[in-house]
Design a binder for this molecule. Structure first.
Ligand code: UD1
Ligand code: UDP
Length: 362
């Protein structure tokens, strides 16, 4: 089988590692990078540190308004698909790169595998919600991380092609956790004692682009009782400059850090504060309490398990959630066992053995 994988944003670089390795043992993979993320610390650094395959195509799309960015990707991906004529296209998550890849493939009747299918926030104001709903509805294989995700698809009338395979980010974390803990020197560099600090990330448009919400988050961090390591996503850095916000107290803003440093920082933090989907799950897998800086999450099972709390952007609510963070024991498995890549490739391989036919539905 000739598979064509499409990535473009930071979390997708982390997700392709395990799947590319597994896929390339049995099949040909063409890798397309849309260029949605392009700063060294948001893109190339992950390819270098995680030894990811070099993209066969780098589309260099860059930033832009949603329509312009997604449209430019759509046109550029279509040209690659026409040239490469793959048997299947693989897309990840819920970014504009995901939607553009899925739409381009759907229009050319190329079967689509959606990794991380069935996630919903039920908040259509989020660009990611639009991207995930539309991608799921044109996909052939819906690789869901959990049974509830598969059930959500069922409620939207999607039943064929749904496979519960676990979370590909757990594969990545299992693969790199040891190396992160033994090799990363980030705590020494920042002079932080294990358990003696918090780590925070903020990048959702609904938080970063809203002066009041971002102000609430920065105020909450500035009032915390331990140092806060705050690697800044470029969107957030830009808005903080524009809004003239400077965190006070013990907040240490940084450039985005590499994946190994990020895992090391999370693993040894007293608590994680974030609006990131990937970071919420990583905190969970690492057994670190998480305070989610949103009013809803797609990863609701982590809330029910008691390791994640929704705190929105109100400083008092955030401070109370951090104070009440105590957890004991190990979090129960929710999203598989770290063998998601193998499961996905096995399903795609079975299909390929029957002789891939363009437009064929599983
Ligand atoms: C995107 C995804 C989001 C995902 C996040 C992961 C969409 C709609 N959003 O959000 O789902 O959680 O990536 O990090 O696809 N910028 C730079 N350098 C870069 C990249 C971005 O300076 O390398 C700045 C630009 O000003 C850009 C802004 O960040 O306009 C936002 O980037 P964009 O890719 O549009 O959205 P993200 O917020 O990164
Ligand atoms: N991450 C990283 N460095 C950082 C911030 C995040 O390596 O400075 C990693 C994090 O560990 C996780 C992924 O990026 O694996 C999450 O991506 P992001 O928060 O950008 O997007 P989301 O998961 O919300 O889509």
């Amino acid at each position: 089988m000739k598979a064509l994988s499409i990535v473009g944003a930071r979390p997708q670089f982390i997700k392709i590692g395990p799947l590319s390795d597994e896929l390339r043992q049995r099949h040909q993979e063409i890798l397309v990078h849309t260029g949605q993320h392009y700063d060294h610390g948001m893109s190339a650094s992950f390819f270098e540190e995680l030894d990811l395959p070099t993209p066969d195509y780098h589309l260099g799309i860059g930033s832009g308004l949603h329509g312009a960015q997604t449209g430019a990707m759509l046109a550029a991906i279509e040209a690659v698909l026409l040239k490469e004529n793959p048997d299947a296209v693989i897309v990840y998550g819920d970014t504009n790169s995901t939607l553009a890849g899925a739409l381009a493939a759907a229009k050319l009747h190329i079967p689509i595998a959606h990794v991380e299918a069935g996630l919903r926030s039920f908040n259509r104001a989020m660009p990611e919600e639009i991207n995930r709903v539309l991608t799921d509805h044109v996909s052939t294989w819906l690789f869901a991380p959990s049974a509830p995700a598969a059930e959500r698809l069922g409620r939207e009338g999607i039943v064929g092609g749904v496979h519960i395979v676990g979370d590909i980010m757990l594969d990545a974390l299992r693969r790199h956790r040891e190396r992160a803990l033994t090799r990363s020197e980030v705590l020494e560099r920042l002079r932080l004692p294990p358990q003696g600090y918090y780590v925070a990330t903020v990048h959702r448009a609904e938080n970063a682009d809203d002066r009041q919400k971002l102000g609430g988050l920065v105020e909450a961090m500035s009032c915390l009782d331990l140092p806060v390591v705050f690697p800044l996503h470029p969107r957030t850095r830009g808005r903080m400059v524009e809004f003239g916000m400077k965190p006070g107290g013990n907040v240490r803003t940084l450039e985005p850090v590499g994946y190994l440093d990020m895992l090391a920082l999370q693993a040894q933090a007293a608590c994680v504060l974030t609006d990131s989907g990937g970071v919420q799950k990583e905190a969970y897998y690492l057994g670190v309490p998480c305070v989610t800086l949103r009013d809803e999450t797609e990863w609701v099972e982590t809330l029910a398990a008691g390791w994640n709390v929704l705190a929105g952007t109100d400083p008092a609510r955030i401070l109370a959630a951090v104070r009440g963070r105590a957890r004991e024991g190990n979090p129960p498995p929710l999203y598989g066992d770290g063998t998601t890549a193998r499961r996905i490739v096995s399903i795609l391989s079975d299909w390929a053995q029957d002789g891939p036919v363009k437009g064929k539905k599983t």
